[in-house]
Design a protein around this ligand. Sequence first.
Ligand code: NAP
Ligand code: MN
Length: 247
Amino acid sequence: MYNQEIINKLTEIGFVYDVENPELIISVGGDGTMLNAVRNNLFRIDQVKFLGINTGKLGFYTEFLPSEIDKMVEFLKNKDYRECHFNLLEYTLINDQEQYTSYALNEIAITNPIHTQIIDVYINDIHFETFRGTGFLISTPSGSTAYNKSLQGSVVHPEVKSFQLTEIASINNRVFKTISSPLVLPKYHFVSLVSKNYENIFIVADGEREHLENIHTIKVTLSQKVAIFLTKKEDDFWIRVKKAFIE
Ligand code: NAP
Ligand code: MN
């Protein structure tokens, strides 16, 4: 709806509309649209920057409203921005034949909607606990305000280079025990979630399901890869959190 207007106005100030080799990707929608934009551009994540226009959703990752397109054009023309670097999560799905690695901006969710999922949790290859329950969420700092927050995970500033492991409905009783609290791990640490039976598991990264069969291990760490967002100079993470959740 706003796309042609944006293209016209940016072309007027010397930008070139290049779908093949973009340097800037403008997402028009909400966070879901931005998550898709990042996902579709993972193969060239080092070459692109992202900017979001929020068309009425929560828009945690977005910077401008549709009524502010002229303001956005000025912002780009005058390079009146900062670059925010959001580390991605790196996850590897492993079965007996192969392994597959990809990246997520918000999180990876591992859930079994049918049976109690038994998962052995290893931190840096050391066995930590045996989990029984629905599953786990592993999130980045920039994703900590999304699904992670609904699970009572901590809100983590993106400059705290870390990732968070949060339980989804663990069973804790006389026989079974888990740590119960969300864990915040530093970069370079890695979590391995190992199970003999991931048969009915849903592995969902940023709202998109993964489909590798017969997985026995899911290995996750904080990636050195970043998604670069253009933000207003005065942008502040805590003000963003306040606007999204308190005001
Ligand atoms: P969605 O169901 O529309 O997303 C749920 C809400 O999360 C939307 O309001 C979305 O913002 C917001 N959101 C996404 N990333 C955020 C972030 N980093 N900080 C704060 N809020 C954020 O689905 P979607 O738009 O495709 O987004 C996928 C995301 O939904 C997943 O990555 C996951 O984090 C989240 N999710 C949450 C739950 C839950 O809380 N129970 C369950 C499943 C998925 P917009 O309104 O701008 O889209
Ligand atoms: Mn959405």
